[in-house]
Every structure is written in C-alpha cells, then in structure tokens.
Design a protein around this ligand. Structure first.
Ligand code: 5GP
Length: 217
C-alpha cells in the first residue's frame, strides 16, 4: 500500500468531548485515570475552581486553584466553556485549552457535574458524549464515602444526600455504567468510546476516503 492510500483506521475524525459525571464515591476518578493511561488520543480538561486545594492535589493537574475574584473576571471575559457552583464552590472549564486540544485532533475528557453537562449540550451537542457512573449499591456508596473521607458521620450523611441529588440526574446522560468492578467498568467505557468514534459524522475523512475507493478522486 502506498503512503498516500488512506487506511480505514487512520481516517481523520472529529474529536469527542466525553463527559463523565457521578456522585462522589462512584469511582469516577479511578476510571478517568485508567482511560487517560490507556488511550493516547484522550486529554483531560483541567477545571478551575475556587475551592481550596486538598493536600494530595497538584495545581494545574487536578485543578487551577483561583480566587473568587479571578473566577468572576474569567466569567465576565467569557473564558469558561461552562461554569457552575457545586457544594458552595465555583467550578469552570477554561475554553481555550479545550478548543486547542480538539483542533489538534485530541479527544477531551471532562470530569464535571450535571450542570456543566447541560451547558456543554447547549453549545456542542454533536461533539458531546455524556456518561454517568453509578455505584453498585447504596451500602457500597456509603462504605466508599466513609473509607475515603474518614469524615465524622454527619459529613458522610451530608455527602450521601448530595450523592442522591447528583444521582437524580442520571436520565440526562447518553450512557450509564454501574461500576461494580473497575476493570469491567473500564471495558464498558472503552466500548462506548469505540462505537462513538465510528459514528459516520465523526469520521470527517470519509468523503475523501470513499471518493478514492470509488475511483472518483
Ligand atoms: P471536587 O471538589 O470533589 O473535586 O468536585 C466536586 C464536583 O464538581 C464533582 O462532581 C466534579 O465533577 C464537579 N466539577 C469539577 N470541575 C467542574 C467544572 O469545571 N464544571 C462543573 N460544572 N463541575 C465541575
């Protein structure tokens, strides 16, 4: 095969915007990490937030930690693709890095809540794939929240209430994965991504490919 002949698996495609949402404790961070490690086409959208940095978090990797004033200035300047208040703190997706990554042909992963997913759906419906992650049971969710936070019981109770609120949004998503086993959940996510990449509208190079195939070029 000559260098100029297009191959089906290298047909230029339009980047996906993959939103992963879940209540905390459903395993979303682990799943995101696995996806980024295993799929070189994916890049993560790093959000900005006004919440304080947790000890294990890294500036510019987990979030850009900014002041409320800076956040508001970015809102006014239209710097955010979407933004929302979650549990009293502001969170937003900086626009420019996402646009650059998509232009470079990368797929972009967003760890944002239902409010962000709704806003992206208004702006970029055709590029968006929304996946909701559910924990396998209420008991398991409670166990994970307790184990993770080592919080006093009242904080865990509050987090369970917040989880209920987030879970109630499940029907606004394109796909739902029950995360009973991280390896299986990852396999399901890969299957979703694989099928979405094969959608005709996303394979932007198909017109040229088929023209060539039918001898019309
Ligand atoms: P945490 O403070 O635990 O890192 O995140 C709290 C919630 O905020 C999570 O549900 C997370 O998905 C959501 N979140 C993080 N970044 C953004 C963002 O840029 N936009 C929106 N809408 N939600 C976000």
């Amino acid at each position: 095969m000559s260098m100029n002949e297009p191959q089906a698996n290298t047909i230029p495609h339009r980047g996906l915007m993959l939103v992963l949402s879940s209540p905390s404790g459903a395993g979303k961070s682990t799943l995101s990490r696995r996806l980024l490690q295993n799929d070189p086409l994916f890049a993560m959208s790093v959000s900005a937030t006004t919440r304080s940095k947790r000890p294990n978090e890294v500036e510019g990797e987990d979030y850009y930690f900014i002041t409320p004033d800076t956040f508001e200035a970015w809102v006014q300047e239209g710097e955010f693709l979407e933004h929302a208040t979650v549990f009293g703190n502001r969170y937003g997706t900086p626009r420019t890095p996402v646009e650059n990554m998509l232009r470079e042909g990368r797929d972009v992963l967003f760890d944002i809540d239902w409010q962000g997913a709704q806003q992206l759906a208004q702006q970029a419906k055709d590029d968006l794939v929304r996946v909701f992650i559910l924990p396998p049971s209420r008991a398991e969710l409670e166990r994970r929240l307790k184990e993770r936070a080592q919080d006093p019981a009242d904080v865990v109770a509050r987090r369970m209430a917040e989880a209920n609120n987030e879970i109630s949004r499940w029907s606004e998503y394109d796909y739902v994965i029950v995360n009973d086993d991280i390896k299986r959940a990852h396999g399901k996510l890969e299957a979703i991504i694989g099928a979405e990449r094969l959608k005709r509208q996303r394979q932007t190079g198909l017109i040229d490919f088929v023209r060539d195939l039918t001898g019309q070029s």
